[in-house]
Design a protein around this ligand. Sequence first.
Ligand SMILES: [Cu+2]
Length: 162
Amino acid sequence: MYNTAGDTIGTANLVEQPDGVKIQLKIEGLEPGFHGIHVHEYPVCEGPDFKSAGSHFNPDNKEHGLMYTEGPHLGDLPNIEVPPDGLVDTELTVNGATLLDGKNSLLRNEGTSLVIHASQDDGVSQPAGNSGDRVACGQIQLEKEGESPSDPTETNKPDMMK
Ligand SMILES: [Cu+2]
């Protein structure tokens, strides 16, 4: 996961489950309080606005919002709460999603992304629950060889931002 300056702020580990995809999220440094978080449709995290991630992942063409009758988007998730020390270690599930094949796959086409917003998602407003700017983003895609940020053989780019 990256912040708007492009610094690494943590990781999201995705695990295939019978009912969806579990996200183990460990991040630090975001503003304390509630933040909207969604799976977005493109695996492109270009700061500082992360507009490159596109809209929410929404293969069933629904409206936004976990509390909205015409919703939700498949990529809609419950808000995360950042405590005063900024350290988040939590688990979320993208219900109905998969990492395998099919229209609900988070890896379909080139993949998707996980985006965290500046404010709370109210669960009903269109198109994104009034959750404000995008403040963190991580690409959900199969790792390409040699691109892992934790690759110990990568010596020419010291990882000072972590
Ligand atoms: Cu979003």
